[in-house]
Design a protein. Structure first.
Length: 181
């Protein structure tokens, strides 16, 4: 099985890989740290500018889409908002707290993973700092990090062609076929 996770999906996929390592042939973690609890995370999160997300919301820009998507791909940014609005009744602050509490996997737990793990991060992601994703990759013996320029939190959405090329090449290497066709 090959698992590909984006953002919150990383909690599920990393937890599954930790619980069932023999069943997972490869894992892709994009713009997520999943359940990893790393001592460096607190300082990284603390160093993030305060109020940045709220300032974007006030200007009609979805933080997960980011300023670049809003400026360069307005139709895609609009679609992102429409998808977001499907969850209008969800208490997202409570969800963020719950996800934070679920960060319980110590780095040494990830050191036991034997499958290759590709960790991608949009270099402009303000939701999950790319440095935290880089730390996730370093915690896994066969972890690899790829930063995607000119992308925020949703690489798969804003830079779909680049995302598919990177993930396809990784899975092709794992499967021995040189990439998706």
């Amino acid at each position: 099985m090959r698992l590909v996770a984006q953002s919150m999906g990383g909690w599920t996929c990393l937890a599954y890989a930790l619980a069932n390592p023999a069943r997972v042939k490869a894992l892709v973690m994009c713009d997520t740290t999943g359940t990893l609890a790393h001592p460096a995370f607190a300082a990284i999160w603390e160093a993030q500018p305060r109020g940045r997300e709220q300032g974007l919301f006030e200007r009609g820009i979805h933080p997960a889409g980011g300023e670049r998507m809003a400026a360069e791909q307005p139709a895609l940014h609009y679609l992102y908002w429409e998808i977001n609005n499907l969850a209008s009744g969800l208490d997202k602050e409570a969800l963020r707290r719950q996800l934070g509490e679920m960060r319980a996997a110590p780095p040494d737990a990830l050191a036991g993973l034997t499958m290759p793990v590709l960790c991608l991060a949009g270099e402009e992601d303000i939701v999950i700092p790319p440095e935290t994703v880089r730390i996730l990759a370093a915690a896994v013996p066969d972890g690899r990090f790829v930063g995607v320029p000119r992308a925020g939190h949703s690489v798969y959405f804003e830079r779909a062609e680049e995302f598919n090329r990177i993930v396809g090449a990784f899975l092709g290497e794992i499967d021995g076929n040189g990439g998706l066709r």
